[in-house]
Design a protein around this ligand. Structure first.
Ligand code: ATP
Length: 776
């Protein structure tokens, strides 16, 4: 049955676990129902019941589709559409008072010392712990636990390899694994809705492994049934370009000895081990502990009071304003007509009540992303997506026209985005790029207007038909272009365009940077043919470089912050490699090596609260915390690790100098990388750092061969991580140098406009190899 038919014939829609449904998704569902049913009542007149607990897990933000993860009740039309709210006060899953009280406290983030003592008392082995479900915050830990568990199970391992098409970025977000390793008797979970009874999240046991299918025993409606599962297609669809970003064909199963807390929300579990490490969301530990039915079947590991976060105040406000409202017998009170409310709701990207202004700009648009983020799998089958495309005829979308100017605009977006790949702004820029493409016409309008402004400036300053422009003509152009950049008209045009995409002040500055980079891209098109032998005055050395000891606490805090980012990024990359290798044929030694690297990286980090008690430099920690926007869950480095990175920072500042820039031009980055990687003192410090944090693991029963093997492996890993950590840190330093250099030129050099433009046009200082700059 098609999705469209389902929407047209539904009378009552029940949405459970609504705390995890974002405002953006919820809004799209409302618009879709209204448009498909061609009925102007909320949800096209479908009666909607929401159930859930907003003190449980909040929605997962998805930057790729511009979803900030706001709660659905923040939508401006929510109260109008849902006038009746009912609170269920009787708890049936648990009966033990201490447990119930503790779950409530955890969900609200108001944990008392008694609660802490109670939770700590639950860190003991369970009877039959082998049969318990283990809950973790991160997919990585879940996959590793399942991998180890399957290795321990008797029997032959069979690996089902997926068939993949598309980008790795999206492929790794599918719940169905790349390599599905199974043994007869293993515990698995269905990761796809296949029918009314075979639903996403259903657990069972493998009974037979066939060449291209798997037999699984499930309990369905209190009866045991064996089902043969064949591969199905998982897809991620890009509504802006109307194309698939990724497709994976795989048997819709996943090992289920461990699952994420997100996946477990809604379950009741008889025996459960909750691992609190890396819990970062408000309500997350409460949800995990709340899965247990009895204290007897609950183990809680690695709990710390500091992990309990409070929900934002709008959640408690929501409950404080709870009211049943006026309930009419015929329920006509629940079927409002939208027209009466001034067309409040459309499918603009607004996902909270601050964004009402956006509405007119996007009237009647409806795009929908099939979004496979880390805990929610697409429930649409492949053929259903094709059917969904039919809906486009109902809905006037801002679809990209394929005319030339639009494709040029897209090329501009791609080119500018590429400048940020690998930088700390990459994710933000990617998210903005996706947002633009979703609602392309807003950007395109701005883009076309800027083209005509620059063309005007060009025409005035650089007469058509001339082959070589004089220095005066070029100067004239640069000055006018610069004047435009600083004009109120330009600033307002960018601001108003951005405001149609986002109201979040935190991201606006970054988006502003993106739009201005687009302008430089446009300008560059005029100058591709210009002779590039302009003379530059030689600037003085940029600034004095402080030694590690002279660094101020904000500077130390910044080094901690950047190093934390570098290590987090390396850990993330490693976890992707490990997850992709699990169960791949012949990958055991590779996995062991990568896991060792992960342990080494972890040994360089520490949690914020541990650091606060142990660090000799609490001042710089405060600064790091401020830079991390009060988010203590981000990666922090130990004091010993700090010593290494501050030495690295000093070296970077010494090597990234004007003299080296003049000498090495566009090869500056690779020159400095080689120099630093070959610095013996730095490498010595690295080895000291690692050996003081990390011990090579071997047991007393290991023979000498095994011990030497471990040492060799660890030494290789030390070098691998050294290379990647230095390389990434240097990239960050390099972009900082670029910014400092620009500022310097702006202040000190009369030709700053020219430099400024060239520096921005030619990443990696390419232009300097062509310019005649001489060192003193
Ligand atoms: N009225 C009832 N009488 C007896 N048992 C009930 C009743 N309602 C629910 N239960 C039992 O309580 C347990 C929890 O129910 P349910 O999963 O519906 O709660 P929930 O509020 O959705 O929980 P959560 O949101 O934490 O997942 C289940 O085992 C269910 O069978």
């Amino acid at each position: 049955m098609s999705v469209k038919h389902n929407i047209q014939t539904t009378d009552l829609l029940i949405i459970d676990e609504v705390s995890m449904v974002s405002a953006k998704t919820f809004n799209k569902v409302e618009v879709l129902c209204r448009k498909v049913r061609d009925n102007n009542k909320y949800f096209g007149g479908i009666q909607v019941i929401l159930s859930g607990d907003f003190y449980q897990l909040p929605p997962v933000p998805n930057k790729i589709i511009g979803d900030s993860g706001s709660h659905c009740f923040k939508l401006p039309w929510f109260d109008d559409c849902f006038p009746h709210k009912v609170q269920l006060n009787i708890i049936h899953r648990q009966s033990e008072t201490a447990l119930i009280q503790c779950i409530n406290a955890l969900e609200k983030g108001e944990v008392s010392n008694e609660n802490v003592a109670f939770l700590n008392s639950l860190d003991r082995p369970l009877p039959n712990e082998d049969t318990a479900v283990h809950l973790y915050a991160r997919n990585y830990d879940v996959d590793i636990f399942n991998y180890n568990k399957l290795q321990q199970l008797q029997g032959d391992l069979k690996t089902y390899k997926s068939t993949d098409v598309g980008s790795d970025f999206y492929l790794r977000k599918f719940l169905a694994p790349k390599n599905l390793g199974l043994k007869v008797g293993c515990h698995v979970m269905l990761v796809r809705n296949l029918s009314d009874t075979l639903v996403n999240g259903l657990c069972g046991t493998v009974t037979q492994l066939n060449s291209d299918s798997v037999d699984v025993k499930f309990i369905i409606s209190n009866k045991l049934s064996t089902v043969t599962l064949k591969p199905v297609v998982f897809t991620t669809y890009d509504p802006a370009d109307k194309e698939y970003l990724a497709k994976r064909t795989q048997i819709p199963l996943k090992l289920a000895y461990a699952i994420t807390i997100h996946k477990a929300q809604g379950m009741s579990l008889k025996r459960v081990v909750v691992n609190c490490e890396y819990c970062f969301q408000p309500g997350q530990i409460g949800v995990a502990v709340g899965r247990a039915e009895q204290v007897e079947g609950l183990r809680v590991c690695n709990f710390k009071k500091s992990m309990c976060r409070k929900h934002p105040s709008h959640v408690s406000d929501f409950y404080n304003n709870f009211t049943l409202g006026i309930l009419k017998d015929d329920l006509s009170c629940c079927r409002h007509v939208i027209e009466n409310n001034g067309e409040k709701n459309d499918d603009s990207d607004s996902d909270d009540d601050d964004n009402d202004d956006d509405d007119d700009s996007n009237d009647n648009t409806c795009t929908y992303a099939i979004d496979d983020n880390f805990n929610s799998d697409s429930d649409f089958s492949d053929s259903e997506i094709e059917k969904l495309e039919v809906l486009d005829s109902f809905i006037e979308t801002n679809v990209l026209t394929k005319d030339q100017s639009s494709s040029q605009a897209k090329a501009a977006i791609d080119s500018v985005f590429n400048e940020y790949v690998g930088s700390h702004l990459e994710n933000d820029m990617k998210s903005f790029k996706m947002t633009i493409l979703e609602n392309f016409s807003i950007f395109d309008e701005w883009y076309q207007s800027q083209i005509s402004i620059i063309e005007d400036i060009g025409l005035i300053s650089l007469p058509e038909g001339e082959k070589n422009y004089t220095a005066k003509q070029q100067h004239d152009f640069f000055m006018k272009f610069h004047k435009h950049l600083n004009s109120e008209e330009y600033v307002n045009s960018v601001k108003s365009t951005i405001s149609m995409y986002s109201k979040d002040e935190g991201t606006s500055a970054i988006y502003y940077q993106f739009m201005t980079a687009i302008l430089f891209y446009l300008e560059r098109r005029f100058f591709e043919d210009l002779p590039s032998h302009l003379n530059l005055q030689e600037p003085e050395s940029i600034k004095n470089i402080p030694t590690s000891d002279e660094l101020s606490s904000p500077a130390r805090g910044k080094i901690r912050y950047i190093s934390g980012y570098v290590l987090a990024k390396l850990k993330h990359n490693l976890s992707i490699k490990i997850r992709n290798s699990l169960f791949a044929v012949g990958s055991e030694s590779k996995i062991a090596k990568l896991q060792d690297q992960m342990n080494i990286l972890s040994s360089l980090c520490s949690s914020y609260d541990v650091l606060l008690n142990s660090s000799i430099d609490p001042e710089s920690l405060e600064e790091t915390k401020r830079k991390q926007n009060e988010r203590e869950s981000l990666t922090n480095i130990t004091d010993v690790t700090f010593d290494f990175f501050s030495k690295l920072e000093t070296l970077c500042r010494q090597k990234l100098s004007h003299i080296n820039l003049v000498e090495h031009g566009k090869n500056l980055f690779s020159y400095v990388t080689d120099e630093i990687l070959n610095d013996k003192c730095l490498f010595d410090l690295w080895v000291q750092t690692l050996t003081s944090n990390y011990n090579i693991q071997y047991t007393s029963s290991d023979n000498i061969h095994n011990i030497i093997h471990s040492i060799t492996l660890s030494s290789e890993n030390y070098i691998d991580i050294y290379n990647s950590a230095v390389h990434l840190f240097l990239k960050v330093s390099f972009s900082q140098f670029r910014r400092d250099y620009l500022t310097f030129l702006k202040k000190k050099n009369g030709c700053f406009v020219r430099c400024h433009l060239y520096l921005l046009f030619f990443p990696q200082f390419k232009i300097f190899s062509q310019l005649k700059i001489s060192a003193k």
